[in-house]
Design a protein around this ligand. Structure first.
Ligand code: GDP
Ligand code: IMO
Ligand code: MG
Length: 427
């Protein structure tokens, strides 16, 4: 059985959590492959709203095995809180349903301090990091200094931890950054003990055994392709490979096992944090998108920057990921717009018109060229089939499909599980 991948095609927050939760009953395994607590995946069902940061979004479906892959960086304190908040409301058997890779890396308290210190150093060139210590933890991973989840089971863990903290202290002293170690370490050791009681295992074997025994698997991405460390708007990116290739290294699966690639995007665009955003609307349009779409960070509460859909960027990320189906989210947010705009091309400073991304959007101020669509000016609340969607919306969908040459097989009309319309979605 093939592994399907679901990932964001924009700058994150496309609605991955909602759709993974919606699709999970059709899968036996849901596996996160990168990122960490910088993610905030929102799920809504039966009047409950839940935000997951490190736990895969299949956790509410009792028959699904959830895997936290080796590609993640995990904060044990955040993990403990996440688990406790789940168990306070739901009867979930984590022994049966949750498996954590021993090869995932650990975020320790001083990683968070370093994140804050390095952001401060950047002044007005701040990335706008979530300050969860993601960058420093991945730096230590590739710098071959990191601590892994499996290390917490070893007798010398305390010693290895102290060695890494010492290195961080040296760096922080060089940066003249003021912090109190004892304060930032509060809850850390308790959380490590908590984590030790989980299923910590070699998940690359687990997932390949599942593939061999024909179990269906959905790999869940975090962030979005425009935040990818290699292909995103560098340096305004996160520190992991958020694209399909990241699912291979972040779970330990071979390319031949990849099946459908479900690329998820909003009917408009948002971005949180710094960096280029060609179609951003710093005006009443952007404010309306933010208000109607409730575009505030799921974990940080930060205002998300809002703008129109960007097709050159979407074509780029569909290409990088090998997207086979597109899932279009938050169309209801556009219900009350008289006119909807879509960027089809960029005009470069020398006058050239292109639908390709320049090497560096930070240095090349592109001018978006828009195509205008008539809005549908109608509520989608009662609509359950694609055919019943307003004609103007179907035209908008058909235009995007034709531009990308990829079918849109799911349209989301609200945050709840049930506000989802399917059009030939393939598993
Ligand atoms: P993720 O990080 O990709 O999982 O997305 P987030 O959870 O950070 O942000 C998506 C937000 O949009 C959440 O508040 C969801 O509840 C909400 N949402 C998801 N799909 C829809 C939709 O179709 N319409 C509306 N109005 N909200 C949606
Ligand atoms: P989900 O999975 C939106 C952004 C941050 C910042 C940059 C780097 O919910 O879609 P980091 O903390 O990774 O060093 O921040 O990336 N960012 C996200 N934006 N959704 C996310 O995750 C994000 N995770 C990181 O705002 O600009
Ligand atoms: Mg999010």
């Amino acid at each position: 059985m093939k592994v399907n991948v679901l990932l964001g095609l924009q700058w994150g927050d496309e609605g991955k959590g909602k759709i993974v939760d919606y699709l999970a009953p059709q899968y036996q395994v849901v596996a996160r492959f990168q990122g960490g607590p910088n993610a905030g995946h929102t799920l809504e069902f039966d009047g409950h709203k839940h935000v997951l940061q490190q736990i895969p979004s299949g956790i509410f479906r009792t028959q699904v095995k959830n895997i936290i892959g080796n590609g993640l960086v995990i904060n044990p304190v955040v993990f403990k809180k996440e688990v406790e908040s789940l168990l306070a409301k739901f009867a979930i058997d984590l022994n049966q349903n949750l498996f954590i890779s021993k090869k995932a890396h650990l975020i320790i308290p001083t990683h968070k301090v370093l994140d804050a210190a390095l952001e401060q150093l950047k002044g007005d060139k701040k990335i706008g990091s979530t300050l969860h210590g993601i960058g420093p933890a991945y730096q230590n991973k590739v710098g071959r200094l990191g601590l892994r989840i499996g290390d917490i089971l070893r007798p010398n863990f305390q010693e290895k931890y102290q060695e890494l903290v010492y290195q961080h202290q040296q760096l922080l002293a060089n940066l003249n950054y003021d912090y109190d170690l004892a304060t930032v370490e509060v809850g850390f050791w308790e959380a490590i003990e908590f984590l030790k009681k989980m299923n910590l295992t070699d998940t690359e074997y687990l997932i390949n055994d599942c593939i061999q025994s024909q179990q269906s698997i959905l790999a869940e991405g975090a962030q979005g392709s425009l935040l990818d460390i290699d292909f995103g708007s560098y340096p305004y990116v996160t520190s992991s490979n958020t694209i399909t290739a990241g699912a291979l290294t972040g779970l330990g699966i071979a390319p031949k096992h990849i099946g459908e690639v479900l690329g998820i995007f909003k009917a408009y665009c948002t971005r949180v944090g710094g960096g280029p955003f060609p179609t951003e609307q710093e005006n009443e349009i952007g404010e309306k998108l933010r208000e109607v779409g409730r575009e505030f960070g799921a974990v940080t509460g930060r205002k998300r920057r809002c703008g129109w859909l960007d097709l050159p960027a979407l074509k780029y990320t569909a290409m990088l990921n090998g997207v086979t189906q597109l899932l279009m989210m938050k169309v209801d947010v556009l219900n009350d717009f008289e006119e909807i705009q879509v960027c089809t091309h960029y005009e470069l400073p020398d006058g050239e018109v292109t639908d390709r991304l320049p090497y560096c959007l930070n240095d090349v101020p592109v001018k978006p060229i828009y195509r205008k669509f008539k809005g549908w000016n109608a509520s989608l609340a009662q609509i359950q089939t694609f055919e019943d969607l307003p004609r103007e919306l179907r035209d908008y969908i058909a235009f995007i499909e034709a531009e990308l040459q990829i079918p849109i097989t799911l349209v989301s009309t609200g945050p709840d599980r049930i506000e989802t319309i399917i059009k030939g979605l393939k598993n």
